[in-house]
Design a protein around this ligand. Sequence first.
Ligand SMILES: [Zn+2]
Length: 197
Amino acid sequence: MYPAPIRNVVSAFKRLPSVGERTAERFVFSLLKSGKKDVAGLIIALKGLMETIVSCEVCWDFSDQSPCALCADTTRDGKTICVVAQPQDLHAIEKTGVYRGTYHVLRGVLVPENPDSLRETMRRLLSRLENDAVSEVVLALNPDMPGETTARFIERELERRLSALKVSRLARGLPMGSDIQYADELTLSSAFKHRVS
Ligand SMILES: [Zn+2]
């Protein structure tokens, strides 16, 4: 059995998505084999993550300031909010350059076994919609089952509470089961431009 400090880091890496026991072990031994130079670099990088990154109080994206640079940018169109599941989706849409509104990051999708999984993010979104002059919400969720279920849930909630609000979705074109953050820029920008309500 490995010494406890090695086991601890292996189990920390294993908590990351797509990392199994063997990959976690490879990471740890690669760090150690660098003569601990990479360990020092990782500690500094993680410290920066821990001490500098905060949640934007408006859109709930991760940022080094709150409100984040995008929410603080007065040239953005505050009347449109694009709802995404993950921070990486926001960055994929930004790269296309087609969208000039603001965002709301759910940080997850509706989990059927846990109906409360979206409660906090929905509360934040609704309070934004009730307080700001928003006319359109674009649901930019992955075209897969969890994304669909989440989009339908949000649509129902918004219709029930704010019937005058326009709710649109990205146009078809993104293949079913695909991931927004990995979509090519052309497909994503076209899905955005031809969004449907
Ligand atoms: Zn923000």
